[in-house]
Write a new protein. Sequence first.
Length: 256
Amino acid sequence: MERILEGKTGIVFGVANKRSLAWACAQSLAGAGMRLALTYMGERMGKTVKELAGELPGALALPCDVTRPETIDEVFATLREEFGGLDTVVHAIAFAKREELEGDFYHTSKEGYMLAHEVSAYSLTAIARRALPLMEGRQGTMVTLTYIGGLRVVPNYNIMGIAKAALEASVRYLAHDLGPRGIRVNAISAGPVRTLASSGVSGFTRILDHIAEHAPLRRNITAEEVGDACLFLAGPHSRGITGSTRYVDAGYNIMG
Ligand code: NAP
């Protein structure tokens, strides 16, 4: 792969294991020469993520729970020390209560609603605000991950769909705020991929089968395809693109 990101630095939030879309993004960015920090949520995931970071040259593994803002502060203090500046932020974090990812949406509790938004949508803004001082003057990029359930009704996706709608709107507002500083913000709307998070959505296998039957490409996507789209959005070839949601979904979004 061409090393178009040599000398650049980035942080990827949301690595849980080898199946994580965040890990696919990290591999594509590191393959193009970017030095990375990966974040993980709890010590439970720490061992795996430290091992994964060990596969990427010079990568750091840092703990971060976005519901504890002091841990986001600590991440950026470490980045300032270790990297000096920052070119790319990848946000690949989402959470909703498992019992609210099935059945009727109107059963969503206030607590579950707030938690899904805090972790899956607000965290992008909380991270962007802290990243900004490190990204000034570097033509930086931010990339987040969303799903078509934020735009259309996907049964069982429920509260996560509402949070993804907020996330996609946040991308547009952040792009407006940060564009004058040369920072671009985009989302990738990925087709379904089997991961730890997606296994929490009731009926996920049926969704995979439906895509394989109906998407224009007649197949599901791979995590690597998401990683390469992230590389495109983080790199110079997308320099004219900001505030957008790009679909990496085998074309499913065009179907009526
Ligand atoms: P994943 O591997 O389970 O990644 C989700 C990540 O979010 C995990 O690393 C998880 O950490 C982290 N997370 C949850 N709560 C957090 C918190 N409070 N603070 C910090 N991190 C937290 O699943 P994934 O499918 O790759 O998900 C990545 C992103 O892609 C999500 O935004 C998801 O909605 C999006 N997406 C996924 C699909 C799909 O089909 N897989 C499709 C479209 C979009 P722990 O595991 O340690 O809790």
